[in-house]
Design a protein around this ligand. Structure first.
Ligand SMILES: NC(=O)c1ccc[n+]([C@@H]2O[C@H](COP(=O)([O-])OP(=O)(O)OC[C@H]3O[C@@H](n4cnc5c(N)ncnc54)[C@H](O)[C@@H]3O)[C@@H](O)[C@H]2O)c1
Length: 318
């Protein structure tokens, strides 16, 4: 089968591409390389089953033309988005274009290539700042960032697509995803800061922010499991995450400092959240996914530890 992956050069997209190729699929990947890199596609680019298209998915007509025909197109995996939540709060046009209009582009790519199924990388941010465990049926949905708002709007647009040209749409709500090839995120940021100043590590907020973390390898496994076992319902929504309440930022900072062997001291910027639009604490219900038969093997703490090890190597600290 042929798969199309938007955001293919990004952190998660590039690992999904590798996994789909390993399963024997042909893959067309599109990315505008605003954050993703060709290095992330080092394994995929020489593969005979892979074709890379550099293009902007928010410009549907241009993206459709750049991709061209895809014989046997089956699933569009839509992962292209803005991944800098703070930037999107400062300038709402960023998420309108890269988080929402890319959903329109992904749907048009599906329509033009004849792909009848679409899998969407949504997020816990669609729920907003909610104290109780987040379940898929929660409502009303009141996101607190433009990123979360545009992901929620994207879910709505994709739901409508499942009434016309799509046979099936999966909406996957990710927690914080960690692992090697990270283009952003707390572990990556902390290592970059230590590269600039190995004596003092600035940590946003008070360090008590606590969130669920999943390793990218397990996230991809879960998505593939749902696609294979989730049945025929035209719209399916799943939280994908660990089975615990998460891990705190102070613990992540300590782990990064230990891995960097810098002995840096920590300076917290203060306040209960890292940036405007940050949801400082949440817990994710993953019961629906467990009922389907998939459970992660790593806790949040174990996923963080593995990711710190991987990123330390990539950033030259180990
Ligand atoms: N990493 C996480 O913790 C996390 C959590 C929740 C949801 N998600 C979602 O998962 C998906 C992948 O995230 P990621 O962590 O790999 O981020 P990423 O930034 O590494 O990947 C996104 C990719 O999309 C590309 N892109 C952005 N705008 C584009 C456009 N207009 N046209 C074409 N390409 C464009 C970027 O260059 C990048 O390669 C995103 O949709 C993100 O919102 C990620």
């Amino acid at each position: 089968m042929s798969m199309i992956v938007t955001g293919a050069a990004g952190f998660i997209g590039s690992q999904l591409v590798d996994r789909l190729l390993a399963q024997g699929h042909s893959v067309v990947g599109i990315d505008n390389l605003s954050r993703g890199t060709r290095e992330n596609l080092a394994l995929a680019l020489p593969h005979p089953g892979f074709r890379f298209v550099e293009g902007d998915v928010s410009d549907a007509a241009a993206a459709v033309a750049a991709i061209g025909p895809v014989p046997g197109a089956d699933i569009v995996w839509h992962l292209a988005a803005n991944s800098d939540i703070a930037a999107g709060v400062a300038d709402s046009r960023i998420d309108i274009r890269d988080t929402f209009m890319t959903c329109h582009g992904a749907l048009e790519i599906a329509k033009a290539t004849g792909a009848r199924r679409l899998a969407f990388a949504s997020t816990s941010a669609v729920y907003g700042d909610v104290p109780e465990p987040l379940v898929e049926t929660h409502g009303p949905m009141l996101p607190i960032s433009n990123y979360g708002a545009m992901k929620l709007a994207g879910e709505a647009l994709i739901s409508a697509g499942a009434e016309s040209h799509l046979a099936q749409a999966w909406i996957f709500r990710f927690p914080n995803v960690v692992g090697g090839r990270a283009t952003h995120g707390v572990i990556n940021d902390l290592f970059l800061k230590l590269r600039r100043d190995p004596t003092e590590l600035e940590v946003l907020g008070d360090g008590k922010q606590k969130k669920p973390y999943l390793h990218a390898s397990e996230l991809i496994e879960a998505m593939l499991f749902i696609v294979a076992n989730g049945g025929e319902a035209p719209r399916q929504i799943y939280n994908i995450g660990p089975e615990d309440d998460g891990f705190d930022v102070a613990g992540i900072a300590a782990g990064v400092i230990a891995a960097s062997k810098t002995g840096a001291r920590i300076r917290y910027t203060g306040g209960d959240r890292g940036w405007v639009g940050d949801v400082p604490r949440f817990s994710f219900s993953v019961e629906k996914l467990a009922r389907l038969g998939w459970r992660p093997t790593l806790s949040s703490a174990a996923a963080i530890a593995r990711a710190i090890g991987e990123i330390a190597v990539e950033r030259g600290f180990a």
